[in-house]
Design a protein around this ligand. Structure first.
Ligand SMILES: NC(=O)c1ccc[n+]([C@@H]2O[C@H](COP(=O)([O-])OP(=O)(O)OC[C@H]3O[C@@H](n4cnc5c(N)ncnc54)[C@H](OP(=O)(O)O)[C@@H]3O)[C@@H](O)[C@H]2O)c1
Length: 230
């Protein structure tokens, strides 16, 4: 039976992936700073991805890890360059890029041989939507880890999924009414006609984490945001 660690796995995308993997018979550990009660079959751990020692302790405790999945995210929104506070941009890298890298480095000695590593970027790394230069740069930095690490860490497999708009607590900064208005306007512009569900993204996460032939891949699963005119 395989052992999976999902850091950031207590919110909906990571959790949906955790539930799918647990249903297939894997032993699934999810970790975040404030894990709440979880569905039966999952084990929750209180770990901050910035804390290399805590990540290494957890990884050693559950090793060998067959699949490491990092779904953690910060919650800052987008903004146009003219109004952008560069301290906020630094904060965004602090909230997603650095803990992602910290988790990878700290868990590495505790991976099975071979294991899979799955990261989550975002369509902002590929699209040309005004107001997304900040999160675009951040997610491009996360996705840029994939190919060199796939070569460097082989036979471990390293991949990412690159989602578009997903209905998750990441959007909690918007008032409910504004969020619904934004999602329904976006759905009309998207080629697939709907905002992605967390489970649709989780299906892709599970695919790249488990398919033995996938490495160095960034799987776009964005409902066609790249082709829409926002
Ligand atoms: N939602 C979207 O529209 C969207 C679009 C494109 C890409 N994405 C990407 O998809 C992934 C999942 O996003 P999401 O929408 O599910 O995000 P989310 O709802 O904001 O969940 C983020 C999760 O990360 C955990 N987390 C945050 N900082 C952490 C840290 N330092 N250490 C450990 N855990 C940490 C949070 O739990 P705690 O607070 O308990 O730590 C939470 O479980 C992210 O990489 C995000 O950038 C999202």
């Amino acid at each position: 039976m395989s052992t999976i660690l999902i850091v950031g796995g207590t919110s909906v995308v990571g959790l949906a992936a955790a539930e799918r993997l647990a249903a297939s018979g894997a032993t699934v550990h999810v970790a975040s700073r404030n894990p709440g009660p979880l569905a039966a079959g999952l084990t929750a751990h209180r770990v901050d991805g910035h804390d290399a020692e805590a990540v290494a302790r957890l990884a050693a405790e559950i090793a060998p890890i067959d699949a490491l999945i990092v779904t953690l995210a910060g919650s800052e929104g987008s903004g146009r360059l003219a109004d952008l506070d560069l301290a906020v941009l630094r904060g965004a890298f602090e909230a997603k890029f650095w803990p992602t890298l910290t988790v990878l480095q700290a868990a590495l000695p505790h991976l099975a041989e071979p294991a899979s590593i799955t990261l989550v970027g975002a369509v902002s790394a590929h699209a040309a939507m005004p107001g997304t230069a900040r999160i675009g740069a951040l997610n491009a930095a996360v996705e840029a880890l994939v190919r060199p690490l796939a070569a460097e860490l082989a036979p471990h497999r390293v991949n990412a999924v690159s989602p578009g708009l997903i209905d998750t607590p990441w959007w909690d900064g918007l008032a409910e009414e504004d969020r619904q208005a934004w999602f329904s306007a976006a759905a009309k512009l998207l080629p697939v006609g709907h905002v992605s569900s967390a489970d649709e993204i989780a299906e892709a996460v599970v695919l790249v984490a488990t398919n033995p032939s996938m490495t160095g891949s960034i799987l776009n699963i964005d409902g066609g945001v790249r082709f829409a005119r926002f």
